[in-house]
Ligand binder design. Structure first.
Ligand SMILES: Cc1cc2nc3c(=O)[nH]c(=O)nc-3n(C[C@H](O)[C@H](O)[C@H](O)COP(=O)(O)O)c2cc1C
Length: 174
């Protein structure tokens, strides 16, 4: 039984999360590989799916969304989990006092929550290195409050990620 941890990552933060989940699954005795969704063509080689993308402007990246839609029938025939990497900073709440992880759910969680009936959907804090951003992303950080909403740093919560991977490994082993 092989689990695909399929990801879409623009600057590497989500790739790091996907690699970590795959490693934790392997350490727990599962066969698991992390691959960019764009490079996966033999979807029927896998028996379980953990699919994740970073969020930009409230949305998953296009290749992750299209991958799930394209392979929906096959994916739903197997155990599936979804994750998103996004919110930056150390605050657990946004300016209005709302749970930041909940507020950062990409719009695809609503669609895929219905269509895939995943066993779990999680948002993890992400990472941002302003020196590697493309021109348009740099411009977004220049708009008023852009820098405040998108602070520089690596906020990935490895404890939360490891715990989630351990939960998935437990479910896969029963
Ligand atoms: C221009 C821009 C827009 C972003 N928009 C969002 C967003 O809407 N929601 C969110 O949670 N994170 C947002 N982020 C943060 C990224 O999702 C975060 O940095 C993520 O970890 C990047 O992962 P990647 O390197 O795998 O692409 C944004 C970042 C940038 C630079």
């Amino acid at each position: 039984m092989t689990t695909l941890v399929g990801f879409s990552s623009k600057y590497g933060a989500t790739e790091g999360i996907a690699e970590r989940i795959a490693r934790k699954l392997r350490e727990a005795g599962q066969d698991a590989v992390a691959r960019p969704v764009a490079s996966v063509d033999q979807v029927d080689e896998y028996d379980a799916f953990v699919i994740g993308s970073s969020a930009y402007m409230g949305s998953w990246r296009k290749d992750a969304t299209e991958f799930v839609r394209r392979h929906q029938e096959l994916i739903t025939a197997h155990p599936v989990w979804l994750f998103s990497s996004g919110p930056l900073g150390t605050a657990g709440k946004d300016a209005q006092g709302r749970d930041l992880l909940k507020e950062s759910e990409p719009k695809q969680f609503e669609e895929f929550g219905q269509s895939l009936q995943p066993r779990g959907m999680r948002v993890f804090f992400g990472a941002l290195d302003p020196t590697v951003l493309g021109r348009r992303d740099k411009l977004v950080r220049r708009i008023p409050s852009g820098r405040e909403l998108l602070p520089e740093g690596d906020f990935r919560n490895w404890v939360a990620i490891d715990e989630w991977a351990a939960e998935i490994a437990r479910e896969l082993s029963v």
